[in-house]
Design a protein around this ligand. Structure first.
Ligand SMILES: [Zn+2]
Length: 302
């Protein structure tokens, strides 16, 4: 009977151990996703596009390097925390087209890091004031579709183990984006006015996609207040064209827009260029925000 008792004791011991979680053989602390394929994105819009392709795949992790409220990265400076995030990245997905001005620093610190520009091969609009390419490509749904394709291709190449999931997710997201674009075209077809004034240079791709005319931009250089002369010019343009709507952005103060509105017959609305979002961004954020923009445009330009 004794050997049987000893055997039972062993079984009970084994059950207890597995119930408490046996110590890991490697001896390292449990670390969720240590062996995951780790994708880092530069900022909110790229993060939202990427989680639609890679967000729900076991063994794949997506981290947004900057806070979702950071906004455009025109003047962004890398923090020590950003460098730490990049240290652990298998792939860094950026917008490109000049949005991430800090890339020389990244390449110097991490010469072996794989980097993908989501805006690769997308024809860029050159800003007439700065002479620089306009980086806000994702605000056009057609361009967002191209960015998703670039992201998908990069992921399939860097992480072939999950290529079928990337392919399927990107295909499903593409269908949703196409349906949204078609519906927006349809609903904006008969709006009364096509002249708009926007806050910063975030909307040229969007305006081109939907046949809107950006009559003036309030803040011509990101981060700089318009001068008195520039404000006056904008006011004159609005009055001359009879522009009905000024679009401020939720990420910036609407003060200048309100000053202009008080001098003209135009009203201030909010149009969201999707440069910021909630901390726990939902994959549907892109589509939901565009829906809101559509409703705003219909109300402002009817
Ligand atoms: Zn911007």
């Amino acid at each position: 009977m004794k050997p049987v008792k000893a055997f039972l004791a062993l079984i009970i011991l084994a059950m207890l151990l597995s119930a408490c979680g046996a110590p890991r053989q490697s001896g390292t602390a449990p670390d969720a996703g240590e062996n995951d394929f780790h994708i880092v994105t530069s900022f909110y819009p790229i993060y939202v596009l990427t989680i639609n392709v890679a967000g729900d795949i076991p063994g794949v992790r997506v981290t947004n390097m900057t806070e979702p409220q950071s906004g455009c990265l025109h003047d962004y400076e890398l923090s020590p925390a950003d460098m730490k995030t990049l240290e652990d990245a298998d792939l860094f997905i950026i917008n490109g087209a000049g949005m991430e001005a800090f890339m020389d620093e990244v390449k110097k610190a991490f010469p072996d890091l794989a980097i993908v520009e989501a805006a690769k091969d997308i024809p860029l609009i050159i800003d007439e004031h700065t002479g620089e390419p306009n980086p806000h490509v994702w605000v056009s749904i057609s361009n967002a579709i191209l960015q998703v394709e670039n992201i998908r291709e990069a992921l399939k190449k860097s992480d072939p183990a999950h290529k079928e999931q990337y392919e399927r997710n990107a295909g499903e997201f593409r269908e949703k984006l196409q349906a949204l674009r078609d519906r927006m075209h349809d609903e904006l077809k008969d709006i009364g006015s096509r002249d708009i004034v926007t806050f910063h240079e975030a909307f040229p791709y969007f305006a081109r996609e939907f046949g809107l005319n950006i009559a003036a931009v309030i803040e011509r250089e990101p981060g700089t207040e318009p001068t008195a002369v520039e404000l006056q010019e904008t006011i004159e343009t609005i009055n001359a064209l009879g522009v009905k709507a000024i679009f401020a952005e939720p990420q910036y103060s609407a003060r200048a827009a309100e000053t202009i509105a008080s001098e003209t017959g135009a009203k201030v609305y909010l149009l969201d260029p999707l440069v910021t979002g909630p901390k726990d961004a939902d994959p549907d954020s892109y589509i939901e925000t565009m829906e809101k923009n559509l409703q705003t445009l219909i109300e402002a330009l009817k």
